[in-house]
Design a protein around this ligand. Structure first.
Ligand code: G
Ligand code: G
Ligand code: MN
Ligand code: NA
Length: 253
């Protein structure tokens, strides 16, 4: 409960920051990054997002904090696009609680307008929870986002409980394979079969695939043989501060 009190003030006390983890297409041509929230509190130290984000969701704070992350990420991406003349996409996690408000698509449209970021440079990451919510309104908002040019990725793919039918019903563009399936590649025969099947299914559904948690060269080589589209993980880089990401980026383009 100490956490709750501190969280209420985290944003106004400027304790929140956004870090950026590189995502690279397997052909090396496209570069992007995932925006990830960090919280450093004087008394509590560095609190991991897995601990404080669920509390933000419970308290409804994720509405303001989520919008702040979106704004930070889009204005940063816009600044990098201007500076480097090299296309860069940014992916931002949007919680199911944020999608429960009827105007999430409008919020995203406004942030894009205010920051000047091209909508095609933004990918919104949602979890299966968003899609499991049967509200017609959610489908409508996701369709609106796609019409605007924003891409939609399903995060942590393979770990949820929902049926695969949502892959057909929702206008998704990318699927992020959860790192649990990548960890034991290329040795584990079952994970090999699963990842192979996921990539092949995604290809047939016209979805791009991002492999998460790629830590070794042999994992990357295996993913290359399967024609996976993108990889993300410690092999390329851990999440970086904005200035460290910028340094990393200039060495790549
Ligand atoms: O890699 P990291 O430890 O930062 O992420 C832990 C979890 O927190 C991940 O599931 C990630 O999706 C989630 N997360 C990180 N940043 C955000 C954010 O800005 N919004 C939401 N909703 N989730 C986030
Ligand atoms: O659930 P989501 O994919 O949004 O969360 C990303 C989380 O994964 C972050 O907490 C990030 O720090 C973590 N992460 C990113 N790359 C790797 C990796 O290569 N290995 C491990 N173990 N974790 C990773
Ligand atoms: Mn994510
Ligand atoms: Na994930």
């Amino acid at each position: 409960r100490q956490l709750e009190g501190a969280l209420h003030k985290a944003l106004s006390n400027q304790e929140l920051t956004v870090v950026y983890q590189p995502i690279i297409s397997l052909d090396g041509k496209q570069i992007g990054c995932e925006a990830l929230l960090r919280w450093h509190n004087e008394a509590l130290g560095e609190v991991p997002p897995g601990r404080f984000i669920p509390i933000c969701e419970e308290l409804g704070l994720i509405i303001t904090i989520g919008e702040w992350v979106l704004y930070q990420a889009c204005s940063q991406a816009k600044a990098w696009c201007n500076r480097f003349q090299h296309p860069l996409f940014i992916t931002v996690n949007v919680s199911s609680i944020q999608f429960q408000r009827a105007d999430m698509a409008k919020v995203i449209a406004r942030v894009l307008r205010e920051t000047g970021l091209d909508s095609r440079c933004l990918t919104v990451e949602i979890t299966e929870t968003v899609l499991a919510d049967n509200a017609q309104n959610i489908l409508q908002q996701l369709l609106t986002l796609r019409e605007m040019g924003v891409e939609l990725a399903i995060d942590d793919f393979g770990t949820g409980y929902s049926s695969l039918s949502y892959l057909k019903r929702f206008p998704l563009s990318k699927l992020k394979i959860d790192r649990a399936f990548i960890r034991d590649l290329p040795d584990d025969q079952e994970d090999r079969a699963l990842v192979k099947a996921i990539i092949s299914m995604a290809g047939n559904l016209n979805l791009k695939v991002v492999a998460e948690g790629v830590e070794t060269q042999s994992q990357l080589e295996f993913l290359q043989t399967l024609q996976c589209d993108y990889s993300q993980g410690y092999l390329h880089s851990k999440p970086l501060s904005a200035s460290a990401f910028q340094e990393w980026f200039v060495t790549r383009v």
